[in-house]
Design a protein around this ligand. Structure first.
Ligand code: M6R
Length: 608
């Protein structure tokens, strides 16, 4: 949601903070700020708007000299985006500065208590209570003040804290919001996410819940909330710096769309051996796999959409009943789970608050939790019983593309593995599935080669007001993703509908010129969906169809047709989603939208 950076070392802090924030802007971008201790006091600059406003204001950090500092890029929760609500926040004497990611749920109560004691608040944020509360508890021992605050506040928080009275120490605290510490020769860093520190180091420590890092220029110590020192191992990050840069593409989204063949191949290849699926990380015996009575898939947004696709595949291949739910619903609906239920949590970031809460609930209810996660060492990855990583690399654009595609193939692998063990698919069919699976990366590559055709079509529809995506079965699942991709980056209203459901109300919205994107990749449902295409055409819709190579019949009823290469019926989502991603990208581009950072959104939703 928000991005935090901190630095202490031999170099000027402000340029490092601004650089780190530029790698975290995907987490929030409505305002930004930095605070740096200059040898006498803490100086602060904050500005509403994108990070570049702050960079200009501080002359790229030159106006804030000093070698220890903290920075923040904000996605507003409490208090509108404004200079004053931007982080960092000060206590009244400006001797303590705080940056925060998360939500302090009991801030009103604490604020009242502090106001009763004469504290004056200047912002509308929940974060400001932390600065004043630290001041209230500070008695010459910063660590003690920090732990007292942790005992007092409720909610989620990652904090970076500077004390003017301890100018050689940076404090970092975490509960339910991600925070890492990077160790380098030139000094040490804190950050919400790895890309912010990659330029300086690949050795990071993941701070766990209710832990505190006490960081000096050349050392660091970790404590729990009772001030007991902890031993921690560092993790070496394999991603290189370029992986988190645009690499010549106009936008991260386009770069990530083009990285899909690799993301998919990297996720598949290590798990395909001698014509069989091998998922060692699964950590389940054949007996345990045979004992699964139900699979419950829980996720948010696009990750949820991969779950909707997966339901058809798990049920089709391994004959295990599957339920899919969005995490924010699942966690409050008292679901029926037990030892026979395998819960699958899907997440790119591994930090999505609702998905994490769902994971914890499922574990408490006695189910085994398996996570499909992209970010190594993230909270969901660490708390799940087993984790299958999608090897998509860092995904920066808010609209997910390569992580989505990697999640899809992780589902395919799991469904095939379960089918193998449970004997629901014979050897010949498994061989065909594996062969089809291996072809997906090159087939995606082929589709990417068609980009100009899609761009031309998209250019004609930049002024569209409503776009409907329709399909049946897996095609419905693809529709959900196509529609979300379009609306989140282009701001065009769009809905996905199960094609057969359209005539139960929604078809009344179809009028002359309404754009309908029809997905027809499931051969046994082809004729049924064609009927729905005819229904909308009769009412004046312009239809773009996405179908399998060879289904030329559709051209009679369709204004434009995009063909995807032949693949197994279970894998068509991996191919059909590519033109839909490109279509959304070019429409958004044509409308002048900020493709990588759409309004009101953030990459990692670490608040409920
Ligand atoms: O990090 P996660 O995969 O848990 O994120 C889930 C959703 O927030 C995410 O997929 C979101 O819907 C994307 N912006 C869609 O492009």
């Amino acid at each position: 949601m928000c991005g935090i950076v901190g630095y202490i070392g031999k170099k000027q802090a402000a340029p490092i903070l601004l650089d780190g924030l530029s790698k975290l802007e995907y987490r929030g971008y409505d305002s930004a700020g930095i605070a740096v201790y200059n040898g006498e006091k803490i100086n602060m600059s904050k500005a509403k708007g994108r990070l570049k406003v702050l960079s200009e204001l501080t002359h790229d950090g030159a106006t804030l000299p000093g070698m220890i500092g903290i920075g923040h890029t904000r996605w507003a929760t409490h208090g509108a985006p404004s200079d004053v609500n931007s982080h960092p926040h000060f206590n009244e004497t400006k001797s303590i500065a705080v940056v925060h990611n998360g939500i302090i749920e009991n801030y009103i109560k604490i604020k009242k208590m502090l106001e009763g004691k004469g504290y004056k608040f200047v912002s509308e944020t929940d974060t400001e209570v932390i600065a004043h509360l630290l001041d209230y508890y500070y008695n010459g021992n910063a660590l003690e003040a920090v732990t007292k605050v942790m005992h007092r506040v409720e909610g989620s928080y990652a904090l970076g804290i500077l004390f003017a009275e301890e100018p050689d120490t940076l404090y970092a605290v975490r509960k339910d919001s991600p925070l890492i510490v990077g160790k380098s020769e030139e000094g040490n860093l804190i950050a919400s996410d790895v890309p912010a520190v990659l330029k300086y180091t690949r050795d990071v420590y993941f701070i766990d819940n209710e832990e505190i890092a006490v960081i000096k220029e050349d050392s660091m110590k970790f404590f729990n909330i009772y001030e007991e020192e902890l031993t921690k191992e560092s993790t070496h990050i394999e991603w290189d710096v370029e992986a988190a840069e645009k690499g010549g593409y106009e936008h991260f989204m386009l770069k990530e769309v083009y990285e899909q063949p690799k993301a998919v191949a990297d996720t598949l290849n290590p798990r395909l051996k001698d014509g069989k699926v091998v998922v060692e990380e699964l950590n389940m015996t054949d007996e345990e796999i045979k004992a699964i009575k139900k699979i419950m898939i829980v996720a948010c947004g696009s990750a949820y959409h991969t779950g909707v696709t997966a339901k058809y595949i798990f049920e089709g291949l391994s004959r295990i009943p599957v339920e899919v739910d969005v995490a924010s619903e699942f966690r409050y609906r008292n679901p029926i789970l037990d030892e026979g239920t395998l819960v699958l949590i899907i997440s790119q970031s591994g930090e999505t608050a609702d998905s994490l809460a769902a994971l914890r609930m499922a574990k408490e209810m006695g189910s085994k939790v398996l996570a499909i996660v992209n970010v190594v060492g993230s909270s969901i990855a660490r708390e799940a019983d087993s984790v299958i990583y999608t090897w998509a690399g860092p995904e920066i654009a808010v609209a997910t593309t390569k992580a989505y595609s990697a999640q899809l193939v992780a589902h395919y692998l799991l469904a095939m593995k379960f089918a193998q063990v449970r004997g629901t698919v014979d050897d010949a069919e498994m061989e065909t599935l594996v062969a089809d699976l291996k072809r997906i990366p090159e087939q995606i590559e082929m589709l990417l080669g068609n980009r100009e055709k899609i761009q031309k079509f998209a250019n004609r529809y930049v002024a569209a007001k409503d776009v409907f995506f329709i399909g049946r079965g897996i095609d419905y699942a693809i529709s959900l993703e196509g529609s979300l991709k379009l609306k989140e980056i282009s701001y065009i209203h769009s809905e996905a509908y199960a094609a057969g459901e359209l005539k139960h109300g929604t078809i009344s919205l179809i009028e002359d010129g309404t754009l309908v994107v029809a997905l027809l990749t499931q051969d046994e449902l082809f004729k049924k969906t064609v009927s729905n295409v005819v229904e909308v055409k009769t009412r004046g819709a312009v239809v773009l169809s996405v179908t399998n190579a060879g289904n030329t019949d559709i051209e009679k009823n369709s204004d434009y047709t995009i063909y995807i290469p032949k693949t197994n019926k279970y894998f068509t989502n991996s191919l059909a989603v590519i033109p839909l991603q490109l279509f959304s990208y070019y429409i958004a581009l044509g409308r002048g939208c900020d493709v990588d950072k759409p309004r009101n959104l953030a990459k990692s939703v670490t608040v409920e």
